[in-house]
Design a protein. Structure first.
Length: 114
């Protein structure tokens, strides 16, 4: 069955960096686009970034453009989210998503605080 397992979250100071990773299994990973979402306390879940099946194109939420980079490795079935210049408003649970399906990872907490 489809599994998405995120890792890499944690506590970081404002201005710091974190790299999230999502390991996918149970489907032909290289055939599909992938995405990252986040959900902050009291807010709706929002799309952060998405990447095409080949990794040749990506798009980002305006709030993270220029700071976050999504990438994938189709040999390892992973999709990563490099987050730089983190702000307190980036605090959220981050989820890996298989677009067009109901499959989500379990989420990883990112907290940006001094």
């Amino acid at each position: 069955q489809v599994q998405l397992v995120e890792s890499g979250g944690g506590l970081v100071q404002p201005g710091g960096s974190l790299r999230l990773s999502c390991a996918a299994s149970g489907f032909t990973f290289s055939n599909y686009a992938m995405s990252w979402y986040r959900q902050a306390p009291g807010k709706e879940r929002e799309l952060v970034a998405a990447i095409t099946s080949t990794g040749g194109s990506a798009n980002y939420a305006d709030s993270v453009k220029g700071r976050f980079t999504i990438s994938r490795d189709n040999t390892k079935n992973t999709v990563d989210l490099q987050m730089n210049s983190l702000k307190p408003e980036d605090t959220a649970v981050y989820y890996c998503k298989f677009p067009g399906t109901s499959y989500w990872g379990q989420g990883t907490q990112v907290t940006v605080s001094s």
